[in-house]
Design a protein. Structure first.
Length: 234
């Protein structure tokens, strides 16, 4: 195959390229401003009290949803597709976790990140060891958690309040998603959830913080009065 037979962008002079690049840059800046606007609106979403006493199995035995916060105020849960009868986790979810960056800054912003799946804990632990991961992973096996937060869509097992269609590529009723929770003393509240392509870019600290009530907690953000904030590089 010759070079001319390979699909490629149009070849242009430097000046032609620069003119097109500057036009695209304006679109990119507009996209960034729109993302900031949406994040500001997300920080103003109301929250709903979690009434059910969900139980999970984790590294330290049985745990409540409050325990998953590990003492922090905000909790981000990634709904990892791993059905109870599966022997391995979803390839897409596996790629998501493989792509996670250094999330240590989350703890500095009063936020904890955890995975939750329906498979029994021993399967999760075995797969976690195989992949060499150190992220906290909990089993919701036997609880309504996945159903209530629309990460399992099997109508025959539990009734659904909302009719969410399975995400492309999902199987056995499992769907990828991410949910955010907020803690006030002993009370836990649900603030946000997103599914399918909504989680694609949420593999690093700042995008993950953008979906929480407190956001990045930096002084340039448009946040409600009283929200914790500090200088970006302070």
């Amino acid at each position: 195959m010759t070079t001319n037979e390979i699909a490629h962008p149009r070849i242009a002079t430097y000046d032609e390229w620069l003119a097109e690049r500057k036009k695209l840059l304006e679109d990119e800046k507009a996209s960034t401003r729109e993302r900031d606007r949406i994040a500001a609106a997300r920080r103003r979403l109301p929250m709903v009290r979690v009434e059910k006493a969900y139980r999970f199995q984790g590294p330290n035995g049985e745990a409540s949803l409050r325990d998953l916060f590990e003492g922090q105020i905000q909790l981000i849960v990634y709904h990892f597709m791993f059905g109870p009868d599966w022997e391995k986790g979803c390839p897409g979810c596996t790629s998501f976790v493989d792509s996670l960056g250094d999330l240590s800054t989350l703890k500095e912003r009063n936020t904890t990140f955890a995975l939750v799946s329906r498979a029994p804990l021993e399967k999760l632990d075995a797969y976690k060891k195989e992949r060499g991961w150190n992220v906290a992973w909990y089993s919701s096996f036997g609880s309504d958690f996945n159903y209530d937060y629309h990460a399992t869509l099997d109508e025959s097992v539990a009734p659904r309040e909302y009719n969410f269609a399975p995400a492309p590529g999902s199987s056995s009723g499992e769907a990828p998603g991410l949910s955010v929770f907020f803690r006030l003393d002993d009370d836990v509240f649900h603030t946000y959830s997103t599914y399918a392509r909504g989680v694609e870019s949420l593999t690093d600290t700042y995008p993950l913080l953008d979906v929480t009530p407190y956001g990045r907690q930096e002084d340039w953000e448009d946040s409600p009065a009283g929200w914790p904030q500090k200088p970006t590089y302070g």
